[in-house]
Design a protein. Structure first.
Length: 139
């Protein structure tokens, strides 16, 4: 009597492996897309953070909020950030994400940092951006 030696995998075993990979991909791809969007938003947060100190110093030195042009050379755009603006009357730094070459979840969306002259603090807000894409410090 000759015993048969199994060589290779059966079709069922291969189908189970493919199903497991499919399930893992279904979970991983949305998580990766969210991670990518948050990473792109973090650029806007970094650019806005670069304005916080000069604005606060200007306010404490002169008693009024400055115009953006008064701060000298400031970075107002980036790879994923279309523009950074500052509204003197309200103390709001507003970042607008680019409409192309960024995650579709954040295209054209805005987020803001607001300076409170009475409390001397900054408050982060999502604007038109979904709150899930804000960094942990802003939530």
């Amino acid at each position: 009597l000759m015993k048969m030696i199994q060589q290779g995998f059966t079709l069922i075993e291969l189908m189970i492996v493919v199903a497991i990979i499919g399930i893992l991909a279904a979970i991983a791809i949305p998580a990766y897309n969210d991670y990518t969007a948050r990473a792109q938003v973090s650029e806007a947060i970094s650019l806005m953070a670069g304005l916080k100190t000069p604005i606060a110093e200007w306010y404490h030195d002169k008693g009024a909020l400055p115009a953006l042009a008064s701060l000298g050379t400031v970075v107002t755009s980036g790879k994923y950030t279309a523009s950074i603006g500052f509204t003197t009357g309200t103390g709001v730094i507003l970042a607008t994400m680019r409409s192309t070459a960024v995650s579709s979840s954040v295209q054209g969306k805005t987020l803001s940092l607001t300076f409170s002259t009475t409390a001397n603090t900054w408050t982060c807000a999502a604007g038109t951006l979904a709150a899930q894409y804000l960094p942990g410090a802003c939530k």
